[in-house]
Write a protein that binds this ligand. Structure first.
Ligand code: NAP
Length: 299
């Protein structure tokens, strides 16, 4: 599908235009739509996957998300090849597995990630999800890595509001840069408490699986028809409308994964799109938020 992106003049309250925005308390300006890399190493043609990431950089999707878990390091190696010679353009994020998140384990995992990524620093380093090791230990290692310049900021992933309270206590005020969480049209649970918590504490929210992996609303579904109608108004695509909807709040970022340049270009087009308050209300009605969950869902 060709990349399309529409423009409209009207803006709605609480809704930010598509330029770069502050990544929480880091003060760094980061593009609202970035690039995920889970399963990128499973692509049939690695040269195409690398080209896709580079096209994304060309189009301003400079936030690249990866993890030591992805392909047991193979995704990080691909990212390293894609950003070679372009490191300064990238806001580079990786994650330590909870099983490695002791103090010494975190230090060692970070070194391995830096090596695979062929870089001397991460822009943000995350605890992939909360495991059995004390948060104080992991965050102590993060702070040591930060003092050494090996990471410039750190955050968490898959934390609900109670976990976030613990993280705020364990890490010290004003240290937590982001919480990366599941967020797509059919899974809006984080709107109940996680996004409000993050907004109160100036912590960036990074939406993972923004297309619900392979469960994006089909064209023949009721929700799919709503997206298509809005997309037509803007000469855009339903996926662009969905991405733009997800990053409608100032502190929210999204990291769709796309292994081919055509998909990347389409996703980048979301940054040229603006939705009206009425269109946002239509999408909210078509994909209701649902009840408040007892705990944060994961895919
Ligand atoms: P996703 O981004 O919701 O969806 C990826 C799927 O959408 C792929 O099959 C991709 O196909 C397809 N796609 C992308 N752009 C498209 C387009 N324009 N048209 C048609 N299809 C398109 O799923 P995800 O990979 O789970 O999530 C994104 C990223 O979030 C991950 O890669 C990872 O970096 C991060 N993540 C983090 C966690 C965590 O626990 N922190 C968990 C899950 C994901 P192609 O690849 O063929 O282009």
């Amino acid at each position: 599908m060709p990349a399309r992106g529409g423009q409209v003049s009207s803006r709605s309250e609480g809704y930010q235009t598509t330029g770069k925005r502050h990544f929480g308390l880091t003060g760094r300006d980061v593009a609202p739509i970035g690039q995920g890399t889970w399963n990128l190493e499973a692509s049939r043609d690695h040269a195409v996957a690398i080209r896709a990431l580079r096209v994304g950089l060309d189009l301003g999707m400079t936030h690249i998300d990866t993890a030591e878990m992805y392909g047991s390091g193979a995704a990080e190696e691909l990212v390293g090849r894609a950003i070679a010679g372009r490191r300064d353009e990238v806001f580079l994020v990786s994650k330590v597995l909870p099983g490695n998140a002791t103090h010494s384990g975190t230090m060692a995992a970070c070194e391995r990630s830096l090596q695979r990524l062929q870089t001397d620093r991460l822009d943000c380093y995350l605890l992939h999800w909360r495991g059995g090791h004390p948060l104080e230990e992991t965050f102590g290692a993060f702070e040591q890595l930060r003092s050494a310049g090996k990471i410039l900021s750190w955050g968490v992933s898959n934390f609900d509001e109670a976990d976030l309270d613990d993280a705020w206590q364990a890490g010290g005020r004003g240290k937590l840069a982001c919480n990366q969480v599941l967020y797509h049209l059919k899974q809006r649970a984080i709107e109940h408490a996680v996004i409000p918590w993050c907004e109160r504490h100036n912590v960036a929210v990074v939406a993972y699986s923004p297309f619900g992996q392979d469960s994006f609303p089909g064209a023949r579904t009721e929700g799919g028809r709503v997206l298509a109608a809005i997309a037509d108004t803007h000469k855009a695509t339903p996926r662009q409308v969905a991405l733009r909807f997800l990053v409608r709040r100032n502190l929210v970022f999204a990291i769709p994964k796309a292994a081919v340049p055509e998909h990347v270009a389409e996703n980048a087009g979301a940054m040229r799109l603006e939705l009206t308050a009425a269109e946002i209300a239509c999408i909210e009605a078509a994909f209701p938020r649902g009840p408040r969950p007892r705990e944060l869902p994961t895919l």
